[in-house]
Design a protein around this ligand. Structure first.
Ligand SMILES: [Fe+2]
Length: 395
């Protein structure tokens, strides 16, 4: 996993993967190497190299206190991307994120301390991607295989929480903590047996009770890791609290639950419902939105839900809709003022049971309208196939 730093931040033990500027001018003919001496660093500085990409999976990382400034400047420097370009970045991010999360979780399973530097880098990379395009990482992170759920659920919730935090215009530092909270919210599940986590059928009352202990177990892990930042601790222990007081572990009521834990409750539920899990087929994003919407004010907070719908749309990208004209269409854009009338791309005629030439419609400008949302699989389409169809039309 690559990270860009200033050349003067280089340290012995870091693995250089790329040097900024035309490398032919550098005395370092091998552009990938482990920095083994101060002399090497002096040579790099003398060659007027400004930026260096280090691979933090192969060598030392920068100490913690340097992370925010570098991350902030990277965020500021990010130009907006097209959706398709950013999808490719998102695919790579998720791939490297899976490896980093896997190694963080393995360390915790083996009783080692939580490696927060790696986690913060993932948060910053998700944040940077969302700055370039607000939807690409969210759309890509939803596509996960059943086997990847444990790892990628954390990353998806991290990205969703950052995006909702931005919609709510929370300060940058708070949004960063929210992202970290998303990554570690379920870390207490690492204390549960794999057989329980992967169980395909319903849980017995005893197993359910065991599962309900993961927020407190997570809190203990974060404390042992000396991760004393408030938001991850709060989210870890309170993401299953519900506004009607029927959540766990404490049965807190609406005003007793922080906005951060309320954000986590919705992001966690949405990602769980839209992901394939051992005991659950992935729901369409619109079905998950409907599930949460009808539970606003009983399980979920109204203000946070509103921010969530502004972030991903009432009909999120990739949702299949049936139109009054008898056509199936996939959502390829939102209309902020009229969320029930998104931009769509038609692709299938229900009456003729046949594919249609693709046509993009803005439903705020069209005679046609939505009559229902559909499950893409029932029409023989995977989410990946739909993404390939609608991606070129996303603005
Ligand atoms: Fe949980």
């Amino acid at each position: 996993m690559l990270r860009r730093i200033k050349a003067e931040q280089l340290q012995v033990g870091m693995f250089v993967s790329r040097l900024g500027g035309p490398w032919i001018n550098h005395p370092f003919w091998r552009s990938r190497f482990l920095v083994s001496s101060d002399e090497q660093i002096e040579q790099i500085l003398a060659a007027n190299v400004q930026d260096v990409w280090i691979d933090i999976l192969k060598g030392r990382n920068l100490p913690m206190q340097s992370t925010p400034e570098v991350a902030d400047s990277e965020v500021d420097a990010q130009p907006e991307s097209g959706f398709e370009d950013e999808l490719e970045h998102a695919r790579e991010l998720i791939k490297s994120g899976r490896a980093v999360i896997g190694s963080i979780f393995n360390d915790v399973r083996m009783g080692h301390a939580l490696e927060t530097n790696g986690a913060l880098l993932l948060v910053d990379s998700a944040s940077t991607s969302l700055s370039r395009h607000s939807q690409a990482l969210l759309a890509m992170a939803r596509l996960k295989a059943k086997d990847d759920y444990t790892y990628l659920h954390s990353y998806s919730v991290c990205a969703l929480m950052i995006a909702v935090g931005r919609t709510l215009k929370l300060p940058d530092g708070e949004v960063r903590e929210l992202g970290l909270a998303g990554l570690v919210h379920d870390i207490g599940k690492l204390t549960l047996p794999e057989s329980l986590l992967m169980k395909a059928g319903d849980l017995s009352p005893a197993e359910y009770e065991q599962m309900r202990r993961h927020p407190s177990a997570g809190y203990r892990i974060l404390n042992e890791a000396r991760l004393y930042t408030n938001i991850p601790l709060d989210v870890c222990v309170h993401h299953h609290e519900r506004v009607d007081g029927k959540g766990y572990p404490f049965g807190l009521f609406e005003s007793e639950i922080s906005v951060h834990a309320k954000i986590a409750a919705i992001c966690d539920t949405y990602d769980s419902l839209t992901s394939p899990r051992p005991n659950h087929l992935a729901w369409s994003p619109a079905r998950a939105m409907e599930y949460i919407a009808v539970r606003v004010d009983t399980l979920f907070d109204r203000r946070v839900f509103k921010a969530f719908t502004r972030t991903v749309g009432i009909y999120p990208l990739g949702t299949v809709l049936r139109l009054r004209s008898g056509r199936l269409a996939v959502v390829c854009g939102q209309n902020a003022n009229e969320p029930l009338r998104p931009r769509v791309m038609t692709f299938y005629s229900v009456s003729q049971s046949a594919p249609l030439p693709h046509e993009v419609l803005d439903l705020t400008q069209s005679e046609d309208s939505v009559i229902a949302f559909e499950d893409a699989r029932q029409w023989g389409f995977t989410d990946e196939q739909l993404m390939a169809m609608y991606a070129p039309h996303v603005k």
